[in-house]
Design a protein around this ligand. Structure first.
Ligand SMILES: C[S@@+](CC[C@H](N)C(=O)[O-])C[C@H]1O[C@@H](n2cnc3c(N)ncnc32)[C@H](O)[C@@H]1O
Length: 255
């Protein structure tokens, strides 16, 4: 008994290699994904998500469980008419996955509209951050460039007209897009003011049933992200749903 305790203290967990309980998972589809509970974000090499995870992981700091949430919600948003936004692109990992999913949506729709995936970033690193609200510093994430991200994203799509890059500081880069109707937005900018600015612009243009995904809501490294989301939604009808991944999601209510 004390040996087990000692092992536990050292971080080891003792279990049967051939736990007979695992056999129950052989009877249900996708048994591979059961790690106590169904966990399809372990997408490496299995299932539909695998190819999209591979695309995201080619250039992303976003973990596979968060990529899975993004993937599933983007699929859902594929049934809503409107533009897709990603604010906070960095090296283009999640943007590449979204570009690929957006291409699939366009292919399925088979109709002509001007909806596109819009990608917003300085592509030169964080702008000025809030000294009390944010832990990130100006210049974080500066090891990227617009040229390299264009190349990265375009590797995964055949029609480059489905994506539009908006280089510069949010909210200036929203200028001229006031007529947009938005179906889906991935907000991954990490800092207080940028999140407030994204919400101010995107939320009123979000279609009923449209989805917002806040990547950084629950991360201790991004305290300003949570403060901004909480502040913005205080007087809205929607309640951000906080996930164990650290993300928060909002579905726009009808009417
Ligand atoms: C965590 S990174 C994005 C990660 C990316 N989605 C991925 O797949 O790895 C955050 C990005 O937000 C950008 N950013 C933060 N505030 C911004 C602002 N006001 N305007 C434009 N870009 C901003 C930074 O330049 C940085 O590239």
């Amino acid at each position: 008994m004390s040996l087990l305790k000692e092992l536990k203290k050292l971080g080891f967990k003792l279990g049967l290699c051939d736990d007979p309980r695992r056999q129950q998972f052989n009877k249900i589809p996708d048994g591979y994904f059961y790690r106590n509970v169904f966990s399809p974000w372990h997408g490496e090499g299995y299932g539909q998500f695998a190819q999209y995870l591979k695309i995201a992981q080619s250039a992303s700091v976003v973990s596979s469980d968060r990529c899975y949430i993004l993937y599933a919600l983007a699929l859902q948003a594929s049934n809503i008419d409107g533009h897709w936004y990603e604010c906070g692109v960095y090296k283009g990992g999640t943007a590449s996955m979204l570009a690929s999913l957006f291409t699939r949506k366009k292919g399925r729709e088979g109709k002509n509209n001007n909806n596109a995936l819009h990608l917003f970033d300085t592509f030169e690193g964080m702008p000025e951050t809030h000294p009390e609200k944010d832990l990130h510093q100006q210049g974080d994430f500066s090891d990227t460039s617009l040229t390299s991200v264009e190349k990265q994203v375009d590797t995964f799509i055949s029609d480059t007209s489905i994506r539009e890059f908006h280089k510069g500081i949010i909210p200036q880069t929203f200028k001229g897009l006031e007529n947009h109707q938005i179906a889906f937005a991935h907000i991954d900018v990490d800092i207080y003011q940028a999140i407030i600015d994204c919400c101010d612009f995107i939320y009123p243009r979000l279609q009923p049933g449209g989805i917002l995904v806040f990547d950084d809501y629950g991360f201790g490294s991004c305290p300003g992200a949570r403060e901004a989301v909480d502040k913005f939604f205080t007087d809205k009808r929607e309640i951000p749903l906080v996930l164990p991944t650290g993300q928060a999601i909002v579905y726009k209510m009808c009417g």
